[in-house]
Design a protein around this ligand. Structure first.
Ligand SMILES: [Zn+2]
Length: 93
């Protein structure tokens, strides 16, 4: 699917519809010392020999595209998610 570079959508801060710049969202590197990571490690290393790791047999083939939308007026950023799975998504030039 091709997405336009900017869309007009609601901004919480401006309390109105404004133009937003779209950018594809990529998750950052997970932190090894974050609380959730430490908790998960503890969970799997518990007991004698530890717990078996949960393995996903069938991975999802597609992702719901997530964008970062930046308001052109106040520069506030928010997530812009299309609630449909698709294989390919790109921003229009
Ligand atoms: Zn705004």
């Amino acid at each position: 699917m091709k997405m336009p570079k900017s869309v007009k959508t609601y901004c919480k801060k401006c309390n109105s519809h404004t133009a937003h710049k779209l950018k594809l969202f990529k998750s950052g590197q997970s932190r090894s010392m974050a609380h959730g990571t430490r908790r998960n490690v503890r969970k799997h290393k518990r007991g004698y020999g530890g717990k078996a790791k949960f393995v996903i047999k069938v991975k999802k083939q597609t992702k719901k595209p997530t964008f970062l939308a930046e308001c052109a007026v106040c520069k506030k950023k928010r997530y812009f998610v299309i609630d449909k799975r698709m294989k390919k998504v790109e921003l229009e030039a």
